[in-house]
Design a protein around this ligand. Sequence first.
Ligand SMILES: C[S@@+](CC[C@H](N)C(=O)[O-])C[C@H]1O[C@@H](n2cnc3c(N)ncnc32)[C@H](O)[C@@H]1O
Length: 264
Amino acid sequence: MRSLPSWHVFERVAGAYDEVLPFFAAIGERLVAAVGPGPGTRHLDIGAGRGALVGPSLDRGCAVTAVDAAPAMVARLAADFPQARTLVMDAEHLVFPDASFDLATAAFVVHLLDRPARGVEEAFRVLAPGGRFAVPVGAAVRAPEPAAIQDDMDALFAEFAPHLPPGGGMGAAIDMRRAMSAAGFVDLEERHIEVVVPVPDGDALWDWCRSHGYLAFIEDLPDDRREEFRLRMRALARAGGVLQRAHAVLIGRRPRPTRREEST
Ligand SMILES: C[S@@+](CC[C@H](N)C(=O)[O-])C[C@H]1O[C@@H](n2cnc3c(N)ncnc32)[C@H](O)[C@@H]1O
């Protein structure tokens, strides 16, 4: 069982995160395009990391606030995106008043929280009535690339997962539709996005695996299994290989009060 909150892993990898392969940046760009916020949208990005969603949102003229629990991530966010408001903050305890934002996003964050439902409730609370919350959830690739290595990677993780100690690795499966509905979000809809990111060679693939949350899995493997895992992972990077991933961007809306609620 991991004794420290998951953000401690990201604190250690902040310098390398999305620098080896621009995987999260590619997803962030498509996610923001799928949500399509207009100029002036007050956008809160929760667990912003290195700003995969922050740059595209600023490019669209949004007023971006980016928060993350890892101070090293926030230091880089502040340096890379001086136009954004950047703050160290726990997603389970947002310090903003109710109804402060028009759009909240949390990409690959909620499943890392100790209390995911609390994180979704906080996003709901800080959104203005009519505001939207968008998160990526897993989806099937629609047009598989022949050179995609994702299936082989997933199979390798599945093969080695039984070697983890109890509670090893990071993150828990979460039913986001259910969590968002329970928090009060309505009008849930999904928009499909896909990314294809070239993997130059085995070293790049291994360095990428250690530059984000996969590091927790690697570190938690027993020493004798970790080296085998490294060799097998490196060997997956064949010539022309690509990371291909699909997501459904799940978007929910905080309902506006009805006339009757407004008058009471
Ligand atoms: C997988 S990264 C995703 C970063 C970014 N959203 C992206 O798409 O690249 C998860 C991020 O969530 C942050 N995080 C983890 N636990 C958190 C918490 N309790 N509150 C706020 N951020 C947290 C980590 O520090 C890390 O930057």
